[in-house]
Design a protein around this ligand. Structure first.
Ligand SMILES: N[C@@H](CCC(=O)N[C@@H](CS)C(=O)NCC(=O)O)C(=O)O
Length: 206
């Protein structure tokens, strides 16, 4: 059975939502960051990057990276319509998802959340966090414009929305920032989805 290796309250919650959207049976393997389990030899044998999410598929092979996992899940479950089928729609979905994963998460949130990864000097951490917050809110403004007049990033729900969801959770519920209006409305819409409610319950997200 497919196993999702995840850590609570991390970007893997977006993949968790996708597993729930698909609705097929799957196993969950929690990677406890508080115990440093992502860096243990056992976990690194599975994912040498020492990160979540990682998806162990039926044949035992492991897939990593948010966009790759999301694309694979969407393409192997076409009846769930998690990805448009036309080239323009596919490209636009990847464009939106990559902006969230690459810019909102990796370039912005990480700076706010892990300034120690960028400077060993604690005196610089507050400035780095400030930069991360400014960059993340600016990136979410771009997303806000993309969402104008739409319920979801592509109009209909796609894998890109699950990526946006995990960053919304971080910005609103972990950092306590005010989201731009269309991003906030999208977040509320996401929280109404049974898949999101199920993943929040399983992960103990408030
Ligand atoms: N580019 C990766 C990023 C994965 C990532 O950074 N995951 C974080 C959680 S949000 C992680 O596992 N961090 C563990 C660590 O840095 O020790 C992806 O798209 O999946």
């Amino acid at each position: 059975m497919t196993t999702l290796c995840y850590a609570k309250k991390t970007c893997s919650i977006g993949i968790h939502v996708l597993m729930e959207e698909i609705g097929a049976p799957y196993d969950l393997k929690v990677v406890d960051f508080s115990k440093g389990e992502q860096k243990t030899p056992e976990y690194k044998a599975l994912n040498p990057k020492g990160k979540v999410a990682a998806l162990v598929r039926d044949d035992g092979s492991v897939l990593t990276e948010y966009a790759a996992i999301a694309m694979w899940l969407a393409m192997t479950n076409p009846d769930k319509k998690l990805l448009p089928s036309d080239p323009e729609g596919i490209a636009r979905t990847i464009e939106a998802m990559d902006f969230v994963v690459g810019t909102v998460h990796m370039l912005s949130w990480r700076l706010w959340r892990r300034p120690d990864a960028y400077s060993e000097n604690p005196d610089e951490h507050e400035q780095l966090r400030e930069r991360g917050m400014t960059a993340m809110l600016a990136a979410l403004d771009v997303v806000d414009a993309q969402l104008a007049g739409k319920d979801y990033l592509m109009g209909d729900f796609t894998i890109a929305d699950t990526a946006l969801y995990y960053t919304q959770y971080w910005a609103a519920d972990v950092a306590g920032w005010t989201l731009p209006p269309n991003v906030q409305a999208h977040y509320e819409r996401m929280k109404m989805r049974p898949s999101v409610q199920a993943s929040r319950k399983l992960e103990g997200v408030a």
